[in-house]
Design a protein around this ligand. Structure first.
Ligand code: ADP
Length: 168
């Protein structure tokens, strides 16, 4: 799948049509990748987010990218992981799917994802990765004009595991 690229990177540095933010339901900023994106984009991003009235878990909303290299930010809210049997897999899959649909609806061709829910929200990387890969691959198969999906891993460990699982 040559339109899927796994990289070890800080997602805020990537030059793509949209980076995806692993936000919380308030959309008013937080820690982790959310905090990094807001810091890099500048306070105008928070101002636009204030007008969106939050976002439900599994859904996605789009804003401009402001000071980021990325032209847009797609904010999605991953599930908080409890034991994997509380609908977390379906909600995580919905995050990827709804973000990609929103990208297409806005005429975008390149997107970068962080590893949604695998930080503070506690989703085990081993369980989250196959879900992400399945959704991204299914999307690319049905959208031949979409140019590139990047998965940005923030650590070497996550990158190595992702690469291993991509090969399977
Ligand atoms: P969540 O609340 O959805 O778990 P986090 O931001 O805590 O969100 O973590 C999601 C993932 O994003 C984690 O794998 C974390 O290592 C990663 N991450 C944190 N900062 C960045 C960044 N600047 N670029 C890419 N990934 C990041």
């Amino acid at each position: 799948m040559d339109r899927l690229e796994i990289v070890e990177a800080d997602i805020t540095t990537l030059d793509v049509d949209a980076i995806v933010n692993a936000a919380n339901t308030s959309l008013l900023g937080g820690g982790g990748v959310d905090g990094a994106i807001h810091r890099a984009a500048g306070k105008e991003l928070l101002a636009e987010c204030r007008m969106l009235n939050g976002c439900r878990t599994g859904e996605a909303k789009i804003t401009k990218g402001y000071n980021l290299k990325a032209r847009h930010v797609i904010h999605t809210v991953g599930p908080v992981y409890s034991n994997g049997r509380q609908g977390e897999p379906e909600l995580l899959a919905a995050c990827y799917r709804n973000s990609l649909v929103l990208a297409v609806e806005n005429g975008l061709k390149t997107i970068a994802f962080p590893l949604i829910s695998t930080g503070v929200y506690g989703y085990p990387l081993e369980e989250a990765t196959p879900i992400a890969l399945r959704e991204i691959k299914a999307f690319l198969e049905t959208h031949p004009d979409f140019e590139r999906v990047i998965v940005a891993c923030f650590s070497r460990k996550a990158y190595d595991l992702y690469m291993q699982l991509t090969m399977e």
